[in-house]
Design a protein around this ligand. Structure first.
Ligand SMILES: *[C@@H]1O[C@H](CO)[C@@H](O)[C@H](O)[C@H]1NC(C)=O
Ligand SMILES: *[C@@H]1O[C@H](CO)[C@@H](O)[C@H](O)[C@H]1NC(C)=O
Ligand SMILES: *[C@@H]1O[C@H](CO)[C@@H](O)[C@H](O)[C@H]1NC(C)=O
Ligand SMILES: *[C@@H]1O[C@H](CO)[C@@H](O)[C@H](O)[C@H]1NC(C)=O
Ligand SMILES: *[C@@H]1O[C@H](CO)[C@@H](O)[C@H](O)[C@H]1NC(C)=O
Ligand SMILES: *[C@@H]1O[C@H](CO)[C@@H](O)[C@H](O)[C@H]1NC(C)=O
Ligand SMILES: *[C@@H]1O[C@H](CO)[C@@H](O)[C@H](O)[C@H]1NC(C)=O
Ligand SMILES: *[C@@H]1O[C@H](CO)[C@@H](O)[C@H](O)[C@H]1NC(C)=O
Ligand SMILES: *[C@@H]1O[C@H](CO)[C@@H](O)[C@H](O)[C@H]1NC(C)=O
Ligand SMILES: *[C@@H]1O[C@H](CO)[C@@H](O)[C@H](O)[C@H]1NC(C)=O
Ligand SMILES: *[C@@H]1O[C@H](CO)[C@@H](O)[C@H](O)[C@H]1NC(C)=O
Ligand SMILES: *[C@@H]1O[C@H](CO)[C@@H](O)[C@H](O)[C@H]1NC(C)=O
Length: 758
């Protein structure tokens, strides 16, 4: 089979990176289950061969050893880590989760031993994780402790190929300096802490609200060193960045003969912040910078990987659509990588073929990909496989190895959402139909919830038939809510079964990613509900079923009050409540607009509708604020905490805070992609969204449809938006009390009754 050689070539990369040591796994257990490392015996035997024919690259075996320990053997650290999670989930009924963190401490103090031998084998060699933009939507202000949890999560879920973007600006700064640009010529090129992903893509250049401080660059570089060494300890092969060709404008002052072109405009940004200068890969200076970038990383991090992420046209159009030109670009780029590191594999996000499909005809895709003359030197991420797969139309990327990815989420939107059938069936079908498919992965823009959908795909990488989601959800409930101080009432299983067959079973691909609440959008008399595309607001399920799930969850805590102290339960209950509010608000809004447009509208009727909208936002805000993971204050304070403790720290801290606020609201100096990364967070709902709705409701309550003037609303709403940007206003900053039960009983239940939801 042709496939076998592809898998082998990529698979062999592991050999240079996998720390042939199980110490990282014992350390993980000590971090999460102190005192229990001696309960486990990991046995790594890399000569237990990969079966290249069946693509079963990693495998593990779990047994109760005769000496009493829980023995896990396998042929890679990643296989052992996956085996460890299998034990934790299926036998000890505990796991590590996003937002909630590790719940391993909830396991029985005497860890149960498996009664029989359990085995597992991956059906693909690679399990990939991250989208370049996840580093800006989710992780930009993460501390090392946040990263530790994330990396434990990745390892336990069998991820062995994660992106590693943190701190790349240090490498670029060094490289540009080495080709004789000065620091003051380079710094204005970088975008702010919350916008680095788009600068790395060449979509944006420069920073609004202040330049990126050197302090940020240094501190992120230190963080990257810790991240990389932990990835290696946990058996992962990091994918490092490479030079794309995007350069500071000043490059041509220093190198007047350099062949550069002016990149395209991104979104509605003024050219000051976009139209990024692109150094043509055919120019010798390109290879020179590439060599420096790769060598710097080799010097700083060691010889740890052959994989490099490199995207030149992600939402940018090439300078020319000429086939020869496109082929030359990849050919020059590929040559630059190979001359800097002969074993380099170029990892590319295939998003452009979806997002700029008009430009990227099959002919152009083929020309662009053909510049990389050795198929195995490239790895393409089919970025949105569950909704807009491109591998069929490109005949599996004309032979390049590729990965099937679930994207799922835009901008960290938070609605409950999944395509449960597609995510379990389609990758298995793809495996049968594409010989160059070498992995499954996750490419969310933001990591903001619906964790079960992400676990599901990574677990699918270890099952050759589509996973039975009914039993998967049952196991999920059992493990997730296991607590030392609570039982797990039947209602919780019922609730998740209701969610599985409603919100998690979207089959209408007109709207194909997580939806957001309409109250997060700038208010309008039209175009709010049923939006598709990049600000989706469709409700793709019977919302009464989600209300039923909510009731089951709520009643479960009546049966078992210990759940109020269970962090997994309170997180999920707040999340499902958020969805109930989101749907209720959309219906109440539709009724309000209908009343306003009706000839029989009266101010009393109108006000009753308006009061309902206001009540919903006023009571949702304190509920969200109770938990840090749903509270704006956490995002803002984590941004500020990365500023140094020096005399001008408040200037830097204010700049970081401005970045944090701007991304989730205006997204750009003047609302270029307003509300794209909106969030249902405590503080933001009460001091931002509600404020916008109040000015809107006040205005439309005072005019008839025929007197309505759009620009009046826009002006007033803009006032609220602009007023929220600056640091130090304290707007939206609330304390998290943790008292979910108190707010539910005193505010949420009465409000949902009054709104007619209950
Ligand atoms: C590793 O596995 C191979 C193949 O099964 C076996 O021959 C060898 O003895 C094992 N090595 C160790 C150290 O267990
Ligand atoms: C590898 O997998 C194939 C397909 O499942 C199977 O037929 C073959 O026996 C396996 N080879 C080994 C050495 O296990
Ligand atoms: C192992 O078997 C015993 C006896 O049948 C049972 O009580 C126990 O729950 C089992 N343990 C696990 C982890 O399945
Ligand atoms: C940078 O400047 C030095 C000293 O003028 C020169 O030797 C070197 O060639 C320059 N490097 C590049 C890439 O132009
Ligand atoms: C730029 O190119 C011109 C014409 O080929 C040449 O005379 C000049 O020396 C070059 N300048 C630099 C800085 O390389
Ligand atoms: C920016 O790029 C767009 C094409 O995307 C082009 O129309 C525009 O002229 C460019 N602006 C500048 C200043 O180069
Ligand atoms: C990195 O390791 C690989 C595999 O061992 C080796 O082929 C390559 O030469 C090394 N690169 C450097 C720069 O040491
Ligand atoms: C592509 O590269 C070849 C070889 O360097 C060159 O002859 C040709 O002019 C280039 N074509 C374009 C459109 O840049
Ligand atoms: C999802 O919905 C489709 C279409 O209504 C249905 O055929 C399928 O059985 C549902 N799947 C689940 C898991 O509920
Ligand atoms: C996903 O499933 C739906 C039906 O549930 C189907 O219409 C759609 O074509 C599938 N999407 C893909 C990309 O296979
Ligand atoms: C799919 O969703 C779109 C957008 O909400 C809607 O217009 C269409 O009627 C839906 N199709 C089905 C079959 O429900
Ligand atoms: C409302 O939406 C329409 C259509 O998208 C748009 O033209 C209008 O400017 C919007 N009004 C406000 C106040 O944002």
């Amino acid at each position: 089979m042709r496939f076998a050689s592809v898998a082998y070539a990529l698979g062999s990369v592991c050999a240079i990176t996998a720390a042939a040591s199980t110490q990282g796994l014992y350390d993980l257990i000590e971090r999460r289950l102190p005192g229990h490392a001696q309960d486990f015996a990991f046995d790594l035997n890399e000569t237990l061969q990969r079966n290249e024919t069946s693509r079963q690259n990693d495998h593990y075996t779990i047994t109760a050893a005769s000496n009493g320990s829980i023995s896990i053997s396998g042929n890679s650290v990643s296989a052992l880590a996956t085996g460890l999670r299998r034990y934790l989930v299926d036998i000890a009924h505990v796991d590590v989760y996003w937002f909630i963190g590790s719940r391993l401490d909830q396991a029985s103090p005497t860890l149960p031993r498996p009664n029989s031998t359990i085995t597992g084998a991956s059906i693909v060699p690679w399990r990939y994780f991250f989208n370049t933009v996840t580093f800006s939507y989710t992780t930009p202000f993460w501390s090392w402790s946040d990263w530790e949890t994330e990396l434990d999560w990745l390892a336990l879920h069998g991820v062995n190929l994660p992106l590693a973007w943190v701190g790349f600006e240090k490498i670029l700064l060094d490289a540009f300096q080495e080709v004789n640009l000065t620091t003051s010529q380079i710094l204005p090129f970088f975008s702010g802490p919350a916008f680095q992903a788009w600068n790395r893509f060449g979509n944006t250049q420069g920073s609004w609200g202040g330049d990126l401080p050197l302090q940020w660059i240094d501190q992120q570089f230190e963080l990257q060193q810790r991240i990389l060494s932990r990835m290696l300890e946990l058996g992962m092969t990091p994918i490092l960045p490479a030079f794309t060709g995007f350069v500071p404008r000043a490059l041509v002052d220093v190198h007047p003969n350099a062949t550069v072109v002016n990149g395209s405009q991104w979104e509605d940004f003024p050219s000051e912040y976009t139209n990024t200068t692109f150094l043509e890969p055919s120019d010798p200076l390109f290879s020179e910078v590439q060599r420096i970038v790769l060598n710097k990383q080799l010097d700083y991090y060691g010889n740890i990987t052959l994989f490099y992420t490199l995207d030149q046209y992600n939402e940018n159009d090439p300078f020319s659509g000429d086939l020869d030109y496109l082929r030359n670009v990849t050919h020059g780029t590929w040559q630059s990588l190979k001359s800097a590191n002969p074993g380099a594999v170029w990892v590319m996000q295939g998003w452009l073929f979806t997002s700029n499909a008009d430009f990227w005809t099959n002919e152009r895709i083929e020309a662009y990909l053909s510049g990389v003359e050795e198929d195995q030197d490239m790895l393409v991420l089919d970025l949105f496989s569950e909704s807009q797969p491109q591998w069929q139309r490109t005949d599996s990327y004309y032979g390049k190895p590729w990965i099937w990815n679930q994207l799922h989420d835009y901008g960290g939107n938070q609605g409950l959402y999944g395509q449960i059938d597609n995510v379990t069936s389609n990758p298995i079908e793809a495996l049968a139909n594409s010989s160059s498919l070498v992995g499954f992965g996750l490419t969310p823009e933001g990591q903001e919830g619906n964790e079960i959908m992400y676990s599901l795909l990574l677990d699918q990488a270890w099952s050759s038939t589509p996973i039975d989601t009914a039993s998967y959800f049952q196991t999920w409930v059992h493990t997730r809510y296991t607590g030392r101080n609570n039982s797990i009432p039947e209602g919780l299983y019922t609730a998740w079964e209701l969610l599985r067959t409603s919100a998690y079973n979207n089959t209408n691909l007109t709207s194909n990613a997580v939806s957001k609440a309409i109250f997060e959008l700038a208010p309008n008399i039209t175009h709010m509900t049923n939006r598709t595309g990049h600000h989706p607001t469709t409700i793709n399920y019977d919302s009464s079923v989600v209300v039923d799930a909510w009731k089951e969850m709520y009643n479960a805590a009546t049966v078992e009050p210990g759940l109020w102290d269970n962090a997994a339960y309170t997180h999920d209950f707040v999340d499902v409540t958020r969805q109930v509010y989101s749907d209720a608000f959309a219906f109440a809004y539709t009724a309000l607009i209908a009343a306003w447009n009706s000839s029989t509208n009266s101010s009393t009727t109108f006000q009753a509708h308006a009061d309902k909208l206001i009540l919903l936002l006023r009571t949702l805000d304190p509920l969200l604020s109770t938990l840090p993971q749903f509270n704006l204050a956490s995002w803002v304070s984590s941004a500020r905490s990365l500023a140094p403790n020096s005399t001008n720290s408040s200037v830097i801290a204010d700049f970081y805070e401005y970045n944090a606020r701007n991304q989730i609201t205006l997204w750009g100096p003047s609302g270029e992609i307003n509300d794209y990364a909106s969030k249902s967070w405590g503080g933001l709902v009460g001091d931002y969204y509600l404020s916008r709705w109040l000015v809107f409701l006040e205005y439309i309550g005072s005019v008839t449809p025929s007197d309505y003037k759009d620009e009046v609303i826009r002006e007033r709403v803009k006032g609220v938006e602009d007023g929220f940007q600056a640091a130090g206003s304290g707007l939206g900053i609330r304390e998290s009390t943790g008292d979910v039960r108190g707010v539910v009983e005193s505010a949420v239940v009465p409000a949902l009754r009054e709104a007619g939801v209950l």
